[in-house]
Design a protein around this ligand. Structure first.
Ligand code: AMP
Length: 413
């Protein structure tokens, strides 16, 4: 569907035109009309689906009409991490360049100047505030932020916010907002606690869902629960009985890729590695050798997880738990292509348990945990509920920016 088929005003359509957005993505097609109608919304969608524009566009459509107070914060967007806040801010910056709407990004950092800049943006009443919970609360507690005239409240990646322990922070922020407001929540998954949160802060929401791609059923998935220093031992025992062939091992950093490749070379295995330190020509050479069967084991970062076209990979090993569900699906999707069966095994250390649990939630099933091979010692218990990702509370980390972009119909904030 083209954007002009949606009831967006000319300002927004011009901005889209300038940014060369022509067709809406499926989540945008579904979510934009609902938000324009003024309804609360729960959107189930992941990064990469266009979810950010799905809520920013209709909100900017309303804000650019010029009927909202100029000296007030009209919209608050909450994001779990500084990285996501920055990404949202970048899209906002794109749209804000063409629309009379200002914004400020508010996230953790220990830089006093940036804190002051955020304070200024918040005090002047930027139209859109994009914030991580801890830092927004830090500003709120100092008393100069007025959220009483907010018309739009957005929670992006709500499941991740709850995973990071931000439930109380969110509820505290909600207390500063007027009851009369439109609330939009996006989440990649819909576990019970998200539905509970939705019940608490949304009013009669419309649920908009994308059919998420799940891995092929014929991939046999399993996992080892272990300590980090047991991971190499597991690989050794997996490869002890027969020489591995067409095995792809993923690790999330190039440092780890190099370490694992080195350890496997010491086992006299035919191993190569792939990561962003290699030049394009080297990468092509590695891929060629792996495809041709001249290399049996390829150790790689996620640069290989998308779009490589090798049909008969027998085994994918996740040396560490992928950062998100999508990466998991992409990684294990490298096996069981075409008519082949495939096996995908993930190594989960103590710190990775909650992330793996959220992958299991996404898959809607529990992955079989293989007992550790003999001689490797005790394994940790799999108890992901008790694990918590680090809290990013008050003044956590990173920096902050304040920008006043675009113009108001009048005024200069
Ligand atoms: P998101 O899922 O919100 O992280 O968006 C993923 C990327 O897609 C961002 O870089 C957006 O700028 C881009 N994008 C979102 N919607 C569209 C669209 N309708 N047409 C082209 N690009 C888009």
């Amino acid at each position: 569907m083209d954007f002009y088929e949606l009831p967006l005003n000319d300002n927004v359509l011009d901005a889209l035109d300038a940014m060369r957005f022509e067709k809406c993505t499926p989540i945008q097609e579904k979510a934009i009309p609902v938000i324009l109608e003024g309804r609360d919304l729960i959107g189930v969608a992941q990064t990469g689906t266009g979810k950010t524009a799905a809520y920013l566009l209709p909100i900017l459509n309303e804000l650019s009409k010029g009927t909202y107070p100029e000296d007030a914060i009209n919209c608050v967007v909450m994001a779990p991490t500084r990285e996501l806040a920055l990404q949202i801010d970048q899209q906002m910056e794109g749209f804000g360049y063409f629309l009379p709407v200002s914004s400020v990004a508010v996230y953790g950092g220990n830089d006093g100047i940036l804190f002051e800049q955020q304070k200024k943006g918040l005090t002047l009443g930027a139209d859109v505030v994009i914030a991580t919970p801890g830092r927004l609360i830090a500003h709120l507690s100092l008393g100069y932020v007025d959220l009483s005239r907010v018309s739009f409240f957005v929670l992006d990646e709500a499941d991740r916010m709850l995973d990071m322990g931000f439930y109380d922070d969110i509820m505290q922020i909600v207390k500063y907002l007027p009851k009369e407001r439109q609330t939009v929540m996006f989440s990649a998954t819909m576990p019970d606690k998200i539905q509970q949160l939705a019940k608490n802060i949304l009013h009669d929401p419309v649920e908009v869902k994308l059919a998420v791609s799940k891995p092929a059923e014929k991939i046999l998935q399993a996992a080892y629960v272990c300590y980090e220093n047991q991971k190499l031992g597991i690989i050794r025992s997996l490869f002890a009985d027969q020489v591995p062939q067409r095995v792809l091992i993923f690790a999330s950093s190039k440092l780890k890729v190099k370490e694992v490749a080195k350890a496997l070379r010491q086992l006299k295995l035919n191993v190569d590695e792939m990561h962003s330190d290699l030049e394009q020509a080297q990468r092509e050479e590695v891929m060629y050798k792996f495809k041709a069967g001249k290399v049996n084991v390829l150790v790689a970062t996620d640069i290989v997880s998308r779009g490589i076209d090798i049909d008969d990979i027998r085994l994918v090993i996740n040396y560490d738990v992928p950062h998100d569900n999508e990466d998991y699906v992409h990684r294990i999707g490298r096996t069981a292509r075409a008519d082949n069966d495939g096996v995908a095994i993930t190594f989960i250390n103590e710190k990775e348990q909650s992330r793996f649990k959220s992958i299991e939630n996404f898959l809607g099933k529990t992955i079989y945990k293989i007992p550790l091979p003999e001689g490797l010692g005790e394994m940790p218990a799999y108890a992901p509920q008790r694990e918590h990702a680090p809290h990013h509370h008050h003044g956590g980390h990173g920096g902050g920016t304040q920008k006043a972009r675009g113009r108001k119909p009048s005024g200069n904030k």
